[in-house]
Write a protein that binds this ligand. Structure first.
Ligand SMILES: [Zn+2]
Length: 272
């Protein structure tokens, strides 16, 4: 499943290709992905309007024009591939955007959990209106997180995976960042100290950045029509390592279930 690092890498790869260029044609091979694709709004807002920027909020990409933004999500299995033709090269190619004679972006998604929507000029859209902080947003500070979590009795791990609080932190990144920050995943979010929030923000950005950096080869694959966009490997300290020695203290890694997902942590390095 594409996680935040893959989406950020895709954003960086797409930006020089489409920035200040206008999409001249769009072909839809189906009417809906996870949600209906608003063909009319897409055509009106995208065609012949230059893309001023691509921004990211969590795992959503926003292609901004003067008319609003195309909102794109890769779902569970989505990819965007650069091609030189309208001819679909792969099964499950659902939408093709033409930017110039040799620049066609193919949206491919076998499981169709992704989405392509249109955000009007107001910037409001139900899919993004209630999203929490992006981990790289300057607004996400120890202070804002402390205030946000003030009355929360939810375990910290559930809190940082709640997309209305923080957006784009999946299970692996949640486990790894809490381990590096030395915070027990079951600790109540409301009891996390300012210092711990500071440490966690630093750690989650570090884990995400390392994963983005590991995706260097994937960026190259993106420009290769036959290349496959693999998902990134994260250097794992605790995730999926139950019973193995903790890289910091050598005690065995523990595992528990939180809201149906596995949580991995070290009892000694992440004290209660
Ligand atoms: Zn340990």
């Amino acid at each position: 499943m594409p996680e935040l690092p893959e989406v950020e890498t895709l954003r960086r790869a797409l930006l020089p290709i489409v920035k200040n260029k206008a999409c001249s044609e769009v072909i839809l091979f189906r009417k809906a992905l996870r949600f209906p694709i608003p063909r009319e709004s897409l055509v009106k807002g995208l065609i012949n309007h230059k893309v001023a920027d691509i921004t990211r909020k969590g795992k959503y990409l926003l292609f901004q024009t003067t008319e609003g933004s195309m909102l794109l999500h890769l779902g569970m299995s989505g990819r965007i591939v650069l091609q030189q033709t309208f001819e679909p090269r792969e099964k499950h190619t659902h939408v093709i955007f033409k930017f110039s004679t040799k620049t066609y972006l193919h949206y491919i998604d076998p499981r169709r959990f992704g989405s392509i929507s249109w955000v009007p000029k107001s910037g409001r859209h139900p899919l993004i209106d209630n999203l929490g902080y992006d981990p790289f947003s300057l607004d996400m500070t120890a202070k804002t997180m402390k205030v946000l979590a003030r009355k929360s009795r939810a375990p910290i791990k559930s809190f940082i995976m709640n997309s209305q609080k923080v957006t784009g932190v999946g299970n692996i990144y949640a486990c790894e960042s809490l381990f590096h920050a030395g915070i027990r995943p079951t600790k109540q979010a409301g009891k996390i100290t300012l210092l711990q929030w500071e440490k966690w923000i630093e750690c989650v950005q570090d884990v995400l950045n390392k994963s983005i950096a590991s995706g260097g080869t994937t960026l190259r694959d993106f420009f290769n029509p036959n290349g496959s966009q693999g998902y990134y490997s994260v250097s794992l300290s605790v995730y999926s390592k139950e019973g193995q020695p903790c890289p910091k203290c050598s005690h065995p890694i523990s595992r528990l279930f939180q809201t149906g997902r596995s949580t991995y942590f070290c009892k000694y390095c992440q004290p209660l």
